[in-house]
Write a protein that binds this ligand. Sequence first.
Ligand code: FAD
Length: 319
Amino acid sequence: MASVLIIADHRGGIMGRATWSALTCGKEIAEAGGHDLEGLIIGKDVGSLAQEMAKRGVKTVHVADDPALENPLAETYAKVTADVIKATGAVWVGAASTVQARDFLPRVAAMLDAGMATDVLGVDGETLHRPVWAGAVVAEVTIDTPLKIFTARATEFEPMPETDTAGEIVAANVEVDTGALRAEYVGLEELKSERPLLSDADVVIAGGRGTKGKFEPIEQLADMLGAAIGATRAAIDAGWQPNDLQIGQTGKIVAPDLYIGAGISGAIQHLAGMKGSKTIVAINKDPEAPIFQVADYGLEADMFKAIPEFIEEYKKIKG
Ligand SMILES: Cc1cc2nc3c(=O)[nH]c(=O)nc-3n(C[C@H](O)[C@H](O)[C@H](O)COP(=O)(O)OP(=O)(O)OC[C@H]3O[C@@H](n4cnc5c(N)ncnc54)[C@H](O)[C@@H]3O)c2cc1C
């Protein structure tokens, strides 16, 4: 039977939660088309991750485990993925819409002459829903090529639950000629933070140009609520926060239980990254700020007064 193949996103021996959401998207496509749902893990020493994935409703997990695949290089990942597609006869291939998948999956599509839809928000049979114009419009697209490739926006799909039974784990044939590579993995500079990962956090406190670079109230609030910090592109471009904290069309997509935005106007490109949040709180001095149109709770106030007051009140309530 033809299959829908979902490629795992993992780093440092830890599976990204987004993978389970991509599996749910894959399952919907598989059920509509009468296909099997399968997984693919690429990396080095990924046996335990394969066991985790096998328990998430997949029939088979293909494991491409090789020292040459220790670090994610688009060139090697694309080659291995293309080889596995040819070997398995997968007809749909997808992954969560992560930086890594955005890097290597378009290469796979080009190598195998496949059509591709990115950032899929929903599935209706073989029709995929995806955002255009920074999410202002949702397009319904179908892919006409025999092989169809997609990335799924993780915040739009519930994570695939764990099951008692496990799928089969099979080794994939890996042939990577490292000598022929045109790119070399040099290293990863990662910002270490005690705070939760922005894309995984249940609570996100974001700041914009209105902070004037003073993020201390936002940091205090984030630490009190165990939240991740995010920022608008204006705040990132000003150098007030590191790039990987940008929320929006050209940053991260977040959908926490609670998003609090302070000193943020609510430009469409920022809304594209957070409007799926379950509860949105906006603090802005300007009553006309567009963010109030998407906010569940809007506070017309100076953030430098409102946040410290909130922190004091919260401490009183919590004792
Ligand atoms: C192709 C493209 C892609 C983009 N991608 C992104 C993206 O991914 N993410 C993103 O965020 N933007 C993105 N942008 C930029 C976006 O258009 C906006 O410029 C940006 O989001 C504005 O950031 P801001 O809300 O911090 O700043 P502003 O729009 O300047 O808003 C600042 C707000 O702070 C309020 N304020 C000021 N002082 C206070 C105070 N003391 N207390 C409370 N409120 C106060 C003001 O009333 C104002 O509403 C993109 C733009 C383009 C063209």
